[in-house]
Design a protein around this ligand. Structure first.
Ligand SMILES: O=P(O)(O)OC[C@H]1O[C@H](OP(=O)(O)OP(=O)(O)O)[C@H](O)[C@@H]1O
Length: 181
């Protein structure tokens, strides 16, 4: 099952060239959500990476995480909590827990926040996202949830191995699987 899903993920992914002055390629992940077999398989596949750790809640950063996190939460039979990026929308008028996200793959420092009342002291938190590049989102959310953190499940992990190990990141694909060369 997962081998078929990995093949589909590789096939539906594109690197796109934004053209000058950019001298880099941009990942286009939209084909992943457009393929019904991928959309059907992603939740159970990502959930399977951490099922034995018995998560009680999934937390994901906006915006792609808001698409993926609920698929994984549903596969685990648990609920989902949004982690909002500060400044991306109107302030939420409820008590929040905030954490700084160290400079990420874009070089920006951000802040992620969740509604305080949605996390219990004894929750076991699985972070879910589509992609780990530097591990900054995972690091920020680990800081935010503290010792409730179990790990992070992503579709693709291209972090240095030491970061992957430190943050307990598990993935369906590694960076070499989508090598643009
Ligand atoms: O490991 P990191 O360096 O933290 O990078 C990973 C983040 O980068 C992408 O987000 P992006 O900024 O493209 O936002 P999006 O979710 O709005 O697409 C991806 O969805 C992760 O959230």
């Amino acid at each position: 099952m997962n081998d078929d899903l990995r093949d589909r993920l590789r096939g539906a992914f594109r690197w796109t060239d934004p053209g000058p002055p950019a001298d880099y390629l941009v990942s286009d992940r939209s084909g992943w959500w457009r393929d019904p077999a991928i959309l059907d398989g992603l939740g159970p596949a990502l959930a399977g990476l951490f099922r034995a750790d018995r998560p009680t809640v999934v937390v994901s950063p906006e915006v792609t995480g808001f698409l993926l996190g609920p698929l994984v939460a549903r596969a685990l039979g648990v609920g989902f909590v949004e982690a909002y990026r500060a400044g991306a929308r109107r302030a939420i008028a409820e008590p929040m827990i905030w954490a700084e996200v160290p400079a990420d793959h874009r070089g920006d420092v951000q802040h992620l926040g969740v509604r305080r009342r949605l996390l219990a002291d004894d929750d076991r938190v699985l972070v879910v996202d589509d992609w780990a590049s530097t591990g900054s989102q995972a690091r920020g959310l680990r800081e935010l949830v503290g010792n409730r953190y179990l790990g992070t499940a992503v579709i693709l992990d291209e972090c240095p191995p030491a970061v992957t190990a430190e943050l307990t990141i598990r993935s369906l694909l590694g960076g070499a699987d989508l090598d643009p060369a």
